[in-house]
Structure formats: structure tokens, C-alpha cells
Design a protein around this ligand. Sequence first.
Ligand SMILES: *Cc1c(COP(=O)(O)O)cnc(C)c1O
Length: 429
Amino acid sequence: MNKKKSETLFQKAKEYIPGGVNSPVRAFKAVGGNPLFINKASGSRVWDVDGNEFIDYVSSWGPLICGHTHPQIVSAIKSVAERGTSFGAPTELEIELAQRVVDAVPSIETVRMVNSGTEAVMSALRLARGVTGRDKIVKFEGCYHGHGDSLLVKAGSGLMSLGIPDCPGIVADLAKNTLTLTFNDSEAVKELFDKQGNEIACLIVEPIAGNMGVVPPLPGFLQTLRDVTRKAGALLIFDEVISGFRVSLGGAQKLYGIQPDLTCLGKVIGGGLPVGAYGGRRDLMEQISPLGNVYQAGTLSGNPLAMAAGVEMLKLLSEDGVYENLESKSEQLCSGLKENVASLGIQAHFTRVGSMFSMFFTDSEVKDFPTVKTCDTELFGRYFNAMLEEGVYIAPSQFEAGFMTTVHTEDDIGQTITASKKALEKAKG
Ligand SMILES: *Cc1c(COP(=O)(O)O)cnc(C)c1O
């Protein structure tokens, strides 16, 4: 594969941009090699600056569930842009998107738009601390909630530890208020809340973990979280930045029938533009300024271009059969991948919820961060690079999800399965 232009651009980018990238996950650090620079995309395909074509399963890390440059979304953005890109005043489009979110997501009564998932989570945490008057928050190891200070804390192994900041720049006094548990460990959650429940402002969780690869919740886990938080007077926050509008129109909370107090959204909600949102019970959301004293603001929040893209995205996802179609195509792809792995005698564990899926190179059952870490990341690195050679673009890390879109065709899926078999053979050595 010719990567000449990408290599040249990467060298140049490094002169002006730290590490040559504006988000570290784009670097190919975990898999070896340098990132490809993308020139354009359409539907299920992306093209790099050297003209190489790929079937894409990154989907800009999740947002593009209807594929790249969907004509309906592109045309909405164009027509709105001609009327103005930002006013710093309310627009009708904001109501339309908010109404669609409230209609779709069971626990959301009102919703505030922001510009990223990180911002949504930071704001929801502030609100939780503001309304409860408590400082401590609980999260799970391996769950990512954006790069807000309180959440860049990962406890070491063990049932529970006081958060030790492992990212320089995070104030220890803040980090100590972040308690970290093991995902899917209901007993540890109960134990912590028995001891310290009355000090905890909120528990935040990705109801389907998507940032250590896809790790679904074990039966009963989410219900435990709901029960203990309610009993302790702490808020339950679902970070549905990936799962929202991805696993169903109502997200994971609809799929599993659990109502959180607050929900964070991002990725799909912006239709490929920068949008985040947080919403939930009206009595809580009314504590945010201008109604309440918990301050949160944004110069470009509810931006018309972003709102227009989000509205079109949710319209597309409200059509009949969308999620059934995503389900059956994702199932088809994953069973093909499973057959490949079995036929080559490679140890792998598959996880999938709807159109988000992972193939972990490990023989162990995957249910939390410690089990995810048993993966053979070197094998993954070789597999990743071999997949690129075969024309398939997957996320450059073993610990990321793959995403199916509504526009991937049977042909795309067949080609991917064939490519994957060749790549596995090569990677296996
Ligand atoms: C991507 C992600 C975020 C952060 O969103 P950004 O828009 O990148 O700030 C937060 N939570 C989860 C679950 C995510 O996957």
C-alpha cells in the first residue's frame, strides 16, 4: 500500500501539532506505523490522501451510524449554513433536536446541548455534586467518560482504592474524590455503598462499556447500580455517549429497562458535528442556570449547523427497521469473523450489542478491565496493519469498538470477512 502522502503530511503535522494529531487515539501508537491522512469519505468507504480505499468500521469513533456524507445530513448542513452559522441566541432547531431526544430517551425530561461528550459529562458531574451537596463520585475501571479532571482517574487493582492521579496535572485533592470499582462487580458496588453511600454524589457508568472494547453489562448489574444509588440518595448517571441512539433509539437504558437520573449523550447525536448533551429528570435539570445556581454555559452550544445535522440523524434513525437492519448485518459480520478465527485456531472472544462489537484476542471470557487486559495486543497490531493492507479500516487499538452503519452492504460485509481471514493468517505468522 502506498502511504507516501500520508507519511509526508504526518511529518509536517508534527511540526505544528503535538504528536501530529488533535486527539491521541488517532496516532497509531498502539499498533505501530503512522496514521493515514483521510481525504474524503462516502457511505461505508473512506479514501486516504494516497488514494487508498477502505471499508470503514471506525465511523469517526461512533457518530456516523448512517455512514459518511449522508445526503440528507449534508444538504441540511448546507442550507442552514447559508442562513448563518451561529447567532448566540436561541433557534427553533434547538427545540426540534431537544424534543426528539426527550421523545426517544426514556429518562430524559429536559436536555441541555453542549459541544462534546467530555463537556456533557463534566456538566452532569457538577450538577450531581451541586444538587446532592456531596463530593465523591464512583466510576468503573476501563470506562472512559471524556477527559474531565475528575474522570481521568483510574484506580489500581483491588476492590476499591482512593483515586491516585495517574495523569499528571490532576489535582490530588480532586482525584481522591473519585472512587473506582471493577465493571460488572455488583458485590463491590454494594459493599462500597454500604460503607460510604451517604458521601457519594453520583455513580457514573457506560451502561455498555465501549472504551475497553465492547463489554456488555452482566445480567442484574445495572439494576444493582440503580438500587444502591437510589437507596443512598446518590444520582445514577448513564454515560451513553456511545450507546445513545446506537443500540436502540432510546439507548442502553431503553434496551435494558433501567432509568438513570441523568444521561450524557454525544457522538451520534451530532450527526458528525461536535455535539454533546446531558439531560434527565426535570427537577434536577432545573438546578442548572439560568433556573438554578449550577452554572454551565457555552458560546457555540446548540450551534445551528450541529443541531441541523443532529435533527436529520435522528429522523433517519426513527425510520422503520433501522435497528433490526443494523442488528442483522452486525450479526452476519461477527459470525463470519468468528468462523475465520475458529478455522485458523486463533483464540478470540467476541462481544456485541447491536451495531457495536469487539473481537478480543484472548482465550478468557471478557467481562471487565482485568480480563480485557489479557489480550494479545501484539497480535492485534499485526492484524490491524494487515487489515489496512486488505482495504479495511478498523480502530487502531484492541480496546476500541467496531461500528456497523446503516449503509454497509452485504458486499461490504462479505469483503470484510474475506479480508479478515487473510489478515488473520498473516498476523498469526
Ligand atoms: C467519546 C466518549 C466521551 C467523550 O466524548 P468527546 O466528544 O470525545 O469529548 C465520553 N464518554 C464516552 C462513553 C465516550 O465514548
